[in-house]
Ligand binder design. Structure first.
Ligand code: DGY
Length: 340
């Protein structure tokens, strides 16, 4: 196989990599379940022009310093907090991501965990499977209503808007907070922009979908949890470090909030002895927001297309630092995409 050398950091179906296989000499990590070891990633990057990485791979200044030929880092994810974009830009390296293709699937998962927590589905499943179902009883496994309640979305990007669209079907009042007003999403969903403090105190469900950046790390900590209703549920389908997990475990233990539905954690995989997993009313899943077969194929395909386009000197479908391409004459500037 000819073409510029490229490393794909996890085993992906060949069918998804077709555009890349035609444009590059592709080496692929053989593991599917486990991340590529750091030293192998650095070794591969040292001679590669392109990397296709997952959110489990850290692309930092140290890796970049060891990769003098690198021109493009393509993430199979919409979030790219694992990549030092500033350092990439300084070195003229394009960074690409996969927005759009995972929006609806991730919004579905948000609702799945929100409802599972509100209606205590995991406890119910265990009661049935373990033969502990004694009788119908007035308040047996009684949870929180979803319909007609208030949902507060922190980060009304693509996924947040898709979550809001679904909330309309449940007759909910929709609040959101974010750095800028979203008039189109407001018109489509009836969402109302409020300050974070108001969203926290008014919402029955606080849904976190903001991108992880230095200014959003621990966006929800002890102070924010104190503002929430004792009947409220915190839903995190963005990134784990948006929440101070110690403060959340403490708030759940004290009954300060009613429950938490979590797809993401500060440390992934979350250790089984983590206090959060032993807190009351926690419904936890292992970062599977975008995990439908069709969506994961679409993400892999888009990541491959992005990478192949940059290698061919064309405009990639989604680049987060398009000025790099404009400056080098490789591709045309594409629009700065929203994170989620
Ligand atoms: C993303 O794309 O950022 C998601 O977290 C992957 O599911």
């Amino acid at each position: 196989m000819g073409g510029p050398p490229v490393f794909v950091s996890r085993r992906l179906p060949e069918a998804a990599l077709v555009p890349l296989l035609a444009a590059a000499d592709v080496r692929m990590f053989e593991g599917e379940q486990e991340p590529v070891p750091r030293d192998r990633l650095v070794r591969e990057a040292a001679h590669c022009v392109g990397l296709l990485v997952l959110l489990t791979d850290r692309v930092d200044a140290a890796l970049l310093a060891a990769a003098p030929r690198l021109r493009v880092v393509s993430c199979m994810a919409v979030g790219y907090d694992n990549v030092d974009v500033r350092a990439c830009t300084a070195r003229g390296i394009a960074v690409c991501n996969t927005p759009g293709v995972l929006t609806e699937t991730t919004a579905d998962l948000c609702w799945a965990i929100l409802m599972a927590c509100a209606r205590r589905l995991d406890e119910g499943r265990r009661v049935v499977q373990e033969g502990r179902w004694a009788s119908w009883a007035p308040f047996f496994l009684a949870g929180q209503d979803v319909w007609g309640r208030t949902v507060g979305i922190v980060g009304l990007g693509r996924i947040g808007t898709a979550v809001a669209r679904r909330a309309r079907g449940f007759g909910m009042r929709i609040l959101y907070t974010g750095p800028a007003p979203k008039p189109e999403a407001e018109a489509e969903t009836g969402a109302q922009r409020v300050p974070l403090e108001e969203l926290l105190s008014e919402s029955d469900y606080v849904v976190l979908l903001a991108p992880l950046r230095p200014d959003t790390r621990h966006l929800v900590g002890a102070r924010e949890l104190e503002r929430m209703k004792p009947t409220a549920i915190l839903v995190n389908a963005g990134r784990g470090p948006l929440v101070d997990e110690g403060a959340l475990a403490d708030a759940l233990r004290r009954g300060r909030i009613w429950g938490a539905a979590l797809d993401v954690f500060e440390q992934e995989p979350v250790p089984p002895d983590h206090p959060l997993l032993h807190s009351p009313n926690v419904f936890a899943v292992p970062h599977i927001g975008s995990a439908s077969i069709a969506t994961r194929m679409a993400m892999a395909r888009l990541a491959a297309e992005n990478l192949a386009a940059v290698l061919r000197g064309l405009q990639p479908p989604s680049c987060v630092n398009p000025d790099v391409l404009a400056a080098s004459g490789r591709g045309l500037p594409s629009q700065q995409p929203e994170h989620t």
